[in-house]
Design a protein around this ligand. Sequence first.
Ligand SMILES: [Zn+2]
Length: 210
Amino acid sequence: MSSQERDRRVVPGDVIGHEEEYVEGQNVFLEEPAGLLRASTVGVLRLDNNLKVASVLPARTLRAPGKGSFVIGMVTQVRESLVFTELYGEISLDPRPRWVKEFSGRLTGVITPEHISDSRIDDIYSFLRPGDIIVARVMSTISPYLLSLKSPQLGVLYAFCSRCGSLMTPEADGFRCPHCGNFEKRKVSSLAYSRDAIRIDVKRIGLIPT
Ligand SMILES: [Zn+2]
């Protein structure tokens, strides 16, 4: 068994083995008549090869982001002087973008205009809109987490067309819809061009359509 298999993260319904290989342990159920063992909770797969038991260790309770960490979230509400986001997980940017962990609970982040840009912001909608998936830096240690977008790497990773709902393509200072041609201004993260590295996990937790 590789270490990758040992640390495999699973979600409810994932097939983790067959009844001929293992018996069902904690948080695992047997699907008859196929004989498939499936996870019943979010967690990490544990295969005991001596006792032939397959179990899933539940994801730990709330893991909070640390000050200075980089997080992925979705913009939920945009007001004149405050942007609300739901935070989903933490990423690492060094040496290249990769997923670190998913938060087990939904956390709230807020962004004020002075943490978006050094220049005066007349229209916050030309920086962020509801539904945008962003990468941001955490500036505080308690919820709601204060976020900053003031670095080229920070900003919008994924934006959806406000006309037709399609996933848009990043350009220099905004996103363009490949279907209807609509262009919308945003604070584009430089990672939006290499976002495939974290795309799989963002897809898996349902933030972008498959
Ligand atoms: Zn469109």
